[in-house]
Design a binder for this molecule. Structure first.
Ligand code: CMP
Length: 136
């Protein structure tokens, strides 16, 4: 079964810094994910902590929040059939060294922290994450 879904994508500071945003967007578009909205911004560490609060008990939480707020990011609403799982497939495994060939993290990721992109992991989280960046 295929469902029309929306998901949140973040191009993280390491990828924005290396001017990879357009290459990453081309991968989404080529794979039938439509970019419904996008913006470039920099968030504070407190905002990053709110965004990643599901990870607050994890040992890497502090570094994660410091990293996401360390430079400009680009956030996007992607829409398409099974957009949530499709985006996760296109991103590849969280740790670039475990990611499959031709996935975004394999192509561009540097490390488990600097892994270039984030994508929502469920319908519920997609709604929460889209609202976080695109309040209206
Ligand atoms: P992301 O998909 O944005 O979700 C949470 C992020 O935490 C993840 O990508 C990684 O960049 C980062 N992270 C750092 N260490 C770990 C870890 N050990 N396991 C999972 N995620 C980690």
């Amino acid at each position: 079964m295929s469902n029309l879904e929306q998901t949140l994508s973040i191009i993280k500071p390491d990828a924005v810094e290396r001017d990879l945003s357009e290459n990453i967007k081309k991968i989404f578009i080529k794979n039938n994910l439509e970019i419904k909205d996008s913006k470039k911004l920099q968030i504070t560490k407190d905002e990053a902590a709110e965004f990643y609060k599901v990870h607050q008990s994890k040992p890497f939480f502090n570094d994660l929040c410091a990293y996401l707020s360390s430079g400009p990011i680009e956030v996007m609403i992607l829409e398409g059939k099974n957009a949530i799982s499709l985006n996760r497939k296109l991103m590849g495994a969280t740790d670039p060294k475990n990611a499959e060939e031709n996935t975004i993290r394999k192509l561009y990721g540097i490390s488990i922290d600097k892994n270039s992109v984030h994508g929502s992991d469920s319908v519920d989280n997609a709604k929460i994450e889209i609202k976080f960046f695109f309040k209206n």
